[in-house]
Write a protein that binds this ligand. Structure first.
Ligand code: ADP
Ligand code: 5GP
Length: 205
């Protein structure tokens, strides 16, 4: 079986990461999304177990105590975490895995799993980011202002990321993201990790 790669995607809130990923998944096979746990309230269109596992503060604290997270962080006044079990389960199936996590989480994952590929999604401008956040209409004014303030700090973290996709035209951004993921599928080491293929080519007895 070939081994999948772990892709970590971050973006300032409102840059369009969720929209991009929703477009990406139906167009690529053998890829899975790691569903995070969060203490924030679900948005009207969000489904528990699909978008996030929505948990209480107490449940989250218990998971922290039991060391169940690969990483977790406070983001915009809520806690978010990636469960170790979830990532191990998905990677063990040999598929690519996507984590949609903030900049602190991305750096923590990279420290633990050095082969993780860090991808940053940027909006074309702060002005457009604000327009998108306001248009989405899922946060209060205070929350929007907090997300915009955090965005300016988060964007500076782009220098830690290996790949950058500007989400101006959605179609082009989806293609860019797809190209990054597909290129990893063609790394020699990954192609040759498929023992059945190597045997059929006479590279292995
Ligand atoms: P994030 O997950 O990064 O917080 P969303 O995917 O929720 O962001 O997108 C924020 C808003 O911007 C949504 O209303 C979405 O429809 C819109 N949006 C996303 N990508 C684009 C784009 N390329 N052009 C215009 N609007 C976009
Ligand atoms: P939102 O509330 O808009 O869904 O997400 C807010 C931020 O939390 C985004 O930057 C998102 O990537 C981040 N996030 C979501 N899940 C996790 C996680 O498991 N860990 C960390 N560190 N950040 C996360």
């Amino acid at each position: 079986m070939t081994t999948g790669d772990l892709f970590v995607i971050s973006a300032p809130s409102g840059a369009g990461k969720t929209t991009l990923l929703k477009r990406l998944f139906p167009s690529l096979n053998n890829i899975a999304f790691s569903v995070s746990h969060t203490t924030r309230e679900p948005r009207p269109n969000e489904i528990n177990g699909k978008d996030y596992y929505f948990v209480s503060d107490q449940e989250f604290s218990e998971m922290v105590e039991k060391d169940m997270f690969l990483e977790w962080a406070w983001v915009h006044n809520h806690r978010y975490g990636t469960s170790k079990k979830e990532v191990e389960r998905l990677l063990s199936k040999g598929q690519d895995v996507i984590l949609d996590i903030d900049v602190q989480g991305a750096l923590n994952v990279k420290k633990k799993i050095s082969s993780a590929v860090l991808i940053f999604i940027l909006p074309p401008s702060i002005k457009e980011l604000e327009r998108r956040l306001r248009n989405r209409g899922t946060e209060t004014e205070d929350e929007i202002l907090l997300r915009l303030k955090n965005a300016k700090e988060e964007i500076k973290m782009v220098e830690n990321y290996e790949f950058v996709v500007i989400n101006d035209s959605l179609d082009e951004a989806v293609e860019g993201l797809k190209a990054i993921i597909i290129s990893f599928r063609h790394r020699r080491s990954r192609v040759l990790s498929n023992t059945a293929l190597c045997k059929s080519l006479g590279l292995l007895d």
